[in-house]
Design a protein around this ligand. Structure first.
Ligand code: HEM
Length: 157
């Protein structure tokens, strides 16, 4: 049985989960916001009342922040000794006053579901399908869920 406190003892697992959320961010455009006053941001003047859509993907794939932004690489979240490191550019829940209210709950649930499932099952492609045939290209939309595909869960017991 896994507990949420185990997260600190499982840095590689934690890094894998963070990397999945970075690379497969499900809410790339967060939620539209409106400026409550005139703002100058990075030299651009933004008038009060302007709708602003934060592109979280631009941070999660930022080439100046990530060593291999377009490749799955849990080392983004590990130091040389294999300890978990926080990264400022990890913003799948957005940031600021309107940051996702469910972030703690979501992170806890993802850790518990992910570790429990992997402890009890091995996941393999269905018979006749090779791993290379699995298309992990996400669906496109306001949110980007994974495309439907089939997997077999094999009990480890
Ligand atoms: C992997 C799971 C989740 C992701 C990636 C996610 C991501 C986000 C993002 C990007 C926003 C927009 C923040 C902004 O306006 O800039 C948001 C808002 C919000 N999320 Fe989540 N979310 C997740 C799960 C949850 C869960 C489980 C709950 C509730 C139990 C939740 C509740 C909310 C609420 C209430 C807001 C609106 C906050 C506000 O406007 O003040 N989210 N979320």
């Amino acid at each position: 049985m896994v507990h949420v406190e185990d997260r600190k003892h499982l840095p590689y697992t934690d890094a894998v989960i963070h990397e999945i959320q970075r690379l497969c961010n499900i809410s790339p455009m967060a939620v539209p916001h409106k400026t409550s006053r005139d703002v100058t941001f990075h030299g651009y003047f933004i008038k009060k009342g302007t709708t602003v859509i934060p592109l979280l993907t631009s941070v999660l794939y930022d080439e100046s922040e990530w060593e291999s932004p377009h490749t799955f690489n849990p080392s983004h979240f590990l130091d040389k000794e294999g300890r978990f490191i926080k990264r400022d550019a990890f913003l799948p829940f957005s940031a600021g006053r309107r940051v996702c209210l469910g972030e703690s709950l979501a992170r806890m649930e993802i850790f518990l579901f992910f570790t429990s499932l992997l402890q009890h099952f091995r996941f393999i492609p269905p018979p006749g399908v090779s791993e290379d045939d699995l298309d992990l290209t996400p669906a496109v939309g306001f949110t980007i869920p994974p495309s439907p595909h089939e997997l077999c869960a094999i009990s480890r017991q």
